[in-house]
Design a binder for this molecule. Structure first.
Ligand code: DGL
Length: 214
């Protein structure tokens, strides 16, 4: 089956690799839209236009399932995409707040793009997964995804964003680009568990693939 996967660039490869582990024999169509990176700093309408253009291409190439391998595009565009393209199954990527709620962590930090942090979808995620005794802090990380995409040294940006933010026992990597620098982020939180939602996305793709094939 043809499965489309897209992101504003390299971040999507972390999801693609995870999907390939459990579905190695499918045909993958990957769009890493680095030209328009960073998505997290675009307006809603700019991002919608960019994303529709990618979905149109993936549809033309025959994708039956499209994975929005980007937290920002999922937060801002997936509802509209599902309405516009009912013939396509969409899988979104969301900050793993649900997973964090299943851990014993008392203090959770969610790192994401400014677009994701400001979205209504993250509000809902928080509301639906609030756990008594667990403190969740949202942290917008402007410039970080873009620097990762461009292969720049991210140390200075991380220092600026994360200074004084060490008291967490769980850190949610709420942007697919951040998984690429997991070890660098871990240095700021030596005791914390770092999590992303990539395995969950891959499992959902498998479920939908079986459903489509029925
Ligand atoms: N990788 C994306 C995400 O998961 C977007 C990064 C960006 O382009 O701002 O949010």
């Amino acid at each position: 089956m043809k499965i489309g996967v897209f992101d504003s660039g390299k971040g999507g490869t972390t999801i693609l690799e995870e999907i390939k582990k459990i579905l190695p024999n499918e045909e993958y169509l990957f769009v890493g839209d680095s030209k328009n990176c960073p998505y997290g700093e675009k307006t809603d309408s700019e991002l919608m236009e960019i994303v529709i253009d990618i979905v149109e291409r993936l549809k033309k190439w025959g994708a039956k399932i499209i994975v929005v391998a980007c937290n920002t595009a999922t937060a801002k565009c997936i509802n509209r995409l599902r309405k516009l393209y009912p013939e396509i199954k969409f899988v979104g990527t969301e900050p793993a707040i649900r997973l964090a709620a299943k851990t014993d962590a008392k203090r959770v930090l969610v790192m994401a793009t400014p677009g994701t942090i400001k979205s209504e979808r993250i509000e809902k995620l928080l509301k639906n997964n609030r756990k008594l005794g667990q403190d969740i802090t949202l942290l917008a990380c402007p410039g970080l995804a873009d620097a990762i995409e461009k292969g720049q040294n991210v140390k200075a940006i991380l220092k600026k964003i994360l200074v004084g933010e060490s008291q967490y026992d769980c850190v949610v990597l709420g942007c697919t680009h951040y998984s690429l620098i997991k070890s660098k982020i871990q240095k700021f939180f030596p005791q914390a568990e770092l999590i992303d939602g990539n395995v969950g996305v891959a499992n959902r793709v498998k479920e939908l693939k079986l459903l489509v094939e029925k």
